[in-house]
Design a protein around this ligand. Structure first.
Ligand code: PLP
Length: 396
């Protein structure tokens, strides 16, 4: 018999995965070319060539003990040093290897930091729409996820409600920009206002409230938009980064946490995060890819491939009458569903072999997420179907 807690997790287990299975089923019936699966955020652009070169360099040139062995639970020291210097150069920060912990992707990093920070009943605030796994990650450590309702005008966080939702139990706030599922980048003005609220509330309650900045999409931005680096705006910020999307290597499971020396209780947090990495069973982030990414820190996927998809899909959907905020980053469009019930809308879309994820999965009913990290040709093929879908609603 499984645990009561797992029973709950399994029951609520991701609608997105279920959709993926559905895609496979439809492809068997109609043929893969006639199914338009926009359900999963699995990168479609190939990893840059530098990744392969770096992997070969590590395998061919390095001491096998340094490539495949156990290490400090926080990761190889030379790797962490290179990453700290790279961040410092990019953002004029002052980190060293002692601020970096290598993690098993962003998901691993978030679990490490929640295990480090949360007592049962502690509250973690996030802004809808949000990546649904946050609820599970916080639940893993018996914390409570508090969701601030969405601002559907521009999908910047709803700061008025945010301020009201902070209590003496608030331990952390998750910020995800560029955002999954909206693709919106939080503006500098938003970040400054958010930091001011948190500084005020920390004083009011005499507690530390940490921002956990979840940044797997940092490098996927369009039109030259800047994504503010949050440690520069709020001193109790911990960054969770991942190469899953920036190098198209989600299966390799590699990322890092930045825990700045300025955060309250730094010494305890950095030691506890090191232990958390070990006792959660990660032990350390995978060694080979850890070394490889540190030799290609400048490399990025070709964002232009995603940009072409974004432009084509966004402009076409608007011309068919859909409503959507133009995403500035990530690889998602968050469209208003053509009927109030987003789940019913996603079901109707499925009749046209279009698979999209209801916004309810992200705490934002009335919308649907379209992941455009797919082939450009599939998007082209899907457009007549999106048009027919819109027409079905116009003719109702
Ligand atoms: N956070 C967000 C917002 C995501 O969208 C994802 C993956 O899609 C993750 C975290 C997990 O990323 P990783 O593969 O690096 O664990």
């Amino acid at each position: 018999m499984i645990s009561n807690k797992m029973m709950e997790f399994v029951k609520n287990s991701s609608a997105i995965r279920a959709m993926f299975e559905e895609g496979k089923r439809l492809a068997d019936i109609y043929g893969a070319d006639n199914v338009y699966d926009f359900s999963l955020g699995n990168p479609s652009v190939l990893p840059p060539v530098e990744v392969k070169e770096a992997l070969l360099k590590v395998i061919n040139e390095e001491d096998p003990n340094m490539v495949h062995g156990y290490m400090n639970n926080s990761g190889y020291e030379d790797v962490r040093s290179r990453i700290a210097s790279f961040i410092n150069e990019q953002f004029q920060t002052d980190f060293s290897l002692n601020n970096i912990i290598m993690t098993v992707g962003a998901a691993g990093g978030l679990n490490v930091i929640f295990k480090t920070l949360l007592n049962p009943g502690d509250e973690v605030i996030t802004f809808a729409p949000f990546f649904g796994e946050y609820r599970n990650y916080v639940g893993n450590y018996d914390g409570n996820l508090v969701v601030v309702s969405p601002n559907t005008i521009d999908f910047q966080p709803n700061l008025e409600e945010f301020e009201e939702r902070i209590t003496n139990k608030t331990k952390a706030v998750i910020v995800n920009t560029p955002n999954n599922p909206t693709g919106v980048v939080y503006s500098e003005e938003t970040i400054k206002a958010l930091a001011a609220i948190l500084n005020k509330k920390q004083k009011e309650y005499g507690n530390s409230i940490y921002i956990i900045s979840d940044e797997p999409y940092r490098e996927l931005v369009y039109d030259g938009i800047e994504v503010p680096y949050l440690t520069k705006y709020y001193s109790n910020t911990i960054i969770g980064y991942s190469w899953s999307k920036s190098l198209s290597i989600p299966g390799e499971r590699i990322g890092y946490l930045v825990i700045p020396s300025e955060v309250d209780d730094y010494d305890n947090i950095i030691s506890a995060a090191n232990v958390a990495n070990r006792i959660l069973g990660f032990v350390n982030a995978p060694s080979l890819i850890q070394r490889a990414v540190s030799y290609c820190l400048d490399a990025r996927v070709d964002v232009e491939g995603y940009n072409r998809n974004r432009e084509l899909l966004y402009n076409s959907l608007l011309s068919y009458g859909y409503e959507c905020v133009k995403p500035e980053g990530a690889f998602y469009l968050f469209v208003k569903s053509l009927e109030e019930d987003d789940k019913a809308f996603a079901k109707v879309a499925k009749e046209f072999n279009i698979l999209i994820v209801p916004g309810s999965s992200f705490g934002c009913p009335g919308y649907c997420r379209i992941a455009y990290c797919v082939s450009h040709e599939m998007i082209k093929r899907s457009l007549p179907k999106f048009k027919e879908l819109a027409k079905r609603y116009k003719d109702r």
